[in-house]
Design a protein around this ligand. Structure first.
Ligand SMILES: NC(=O)c1ccc[n+]([C@@H]2O[C@H](COP(=O)([O-])OP(=O)(O)OC[C@H]3O[C@@H](n4cnc5c(N)ncnc54)[C@H](OP(=O)(O)O)[C@@H]3O)[C@@H](O)[C@H]2O)c1
Length: 315
């Protein structure tokens, strides 16, 4: 039973705390906020009026960093410096350099660290990895995934405010980039087209990733419209089509080139965020310093791809 300490009291911190109630792998022991009042109003765990106090709490076994992306690096460092395993929200950091710094620190100190890319730990993704591993798709040719959500044009909102790490790519595009990484590995080529939102951060970004095998990923993200949020993995022997909100608990069909489709459904109570918490608990119990399902080198590679996308973006 992991006694979690949560840094931040925003939307995802609340969703994580609520979802933890559906697992017996962990519980919210404490929450840290920049304001004691907010920590007290959070309604889960002991309240701390600073992030420093939260990571120093001797009854916190692991820390979940649930602040905006520009704060992840400093907040995760706090946890690691205190010797506490850290689960860090996506996007893991603002760039690959920050990611490498955290990974280096975790390895030096021998402390567990993991990116909270919750999609990776969902049941349909486990089944997809199983099908790929047994060669059911043949040679993978194409990965297609989109992630578009509509947000009101509020310049103070996290997705639009540059100082809060705004931009469709870091918040939404990281999901399909991570998905492509899971299926195809690190890309050799990155091609990008980006359109700015009204604040100048990227509002829509389309990405082509090219792999040494010849396989390609076709990715789109936008913060100004609700897109289908479906995904596909296309192989020479079969294809997988993941239904709407592919990045959350979802269903998919597996269709052999000349055969009938079979459907996989996910039956999961709650949000599904607890599965990443279960993975942290499993790793800590086994004495692992990183998750084999989302190794730290892959998190760094994903952030390198994100850096390349932003560098290549033609705004
Ligand atoms: N896995 C998912 O499905 C998912 C979904 C949404 C978001 N996320 C990720 O989770 C992170 C947080 O997103 P969110 O939607 O929860 O954000 P949010 O609602 O704005 O909450 C962020 C929290 O971070 C703390 N914070 C520290 N410095 C801040 C600053 N300068 N400005 C604003 N807040 C600050 C605040 O807590 P205190 O004031 O109490 O310190 C705030 O409540 C992001 O990296 C995002 O990508 C993941």
């Amino acid at each position: 039973m992991i006694r979690w300490g949560i840094i931040g009291t925003g939307g995802i911190a609340r969703a994580f705390a609520a979802d933890l109630e559906l697992t017996d792998s962990g519980t919210v022991a404490a929450v840290g906020s920049r304001s004691l009042e907010k920590a007290e109003a959070f309604g889960h765990g002991r309240a701390h009026g600073s992030y420093e106090a939260l990571v120093s709490d001797p009854e916190v076994d692991a820390v979940y960093v649930a602040t905006p992306h520009p704060m992840h690096h400093a907040n995760a460092r706090l946890a690691l410096e205190a010797g506490k395993p850290a689960l860090v929200e996506k996007a893991f950091t603002m760039n690959a350099n920050e990611a490498k710094d955290l990974v280096g620190m975790a390895r030096e100190k021998g402390v567990f660290l993991m990116e909270a890319m919750w999609t990776r730990f969902l049941p349909h993704m486990a089944e997809i990895r199983r099908l790929i591993a047994e060669g059911a798709l043949g040679e993978i040719v194409t990965v297609i995934a989109d992630h578009g959500q509509w947000f009101a044009q509020d310049p103070a909102f996290r997705l639009f405010a540059p100082e809060l790490g705004g931009g469709a790519l870091l918040d939404l595009g990281v999901y399909p980039v991570s998905f492509a990484s899971m299926v195809l590995g690190t890309p050799e080529r990155v091609v990008t087209l980006s359109t700015p939102a009204f604040t100048g951060v990227d509002g829509q970004t389309s990405i082509l990733l090219g792999c040494a095998s010849g396989a390609q990923a076709v990715i789109n993200c936008t913060s100004s419209a609700v897109s289908p949020t479906t995904a596909a993995i296309v192989g020479t022997e079969a294809r997988i089509e993941i239904e709407r909100r592919w990045y959350g608990p979802s269903a998919f069909t597996f269709t052999p080139r000349d055969g009938e489709p079979t459907r996989f459904e996910t039956h999961l109570e709650g949000h599904g965020l607890r599965l990443e918490a279960d993975e942290v608990a499993r790793c800590l119990e086994q004495g692992l310093l990183e998750s084999p399902l989302l190794p730290l080198d892959e998190t760094v590679s994903i952030m390198e791809t994100m850096d390349a996308v932003l560098a290549a973006a033609t705004v």
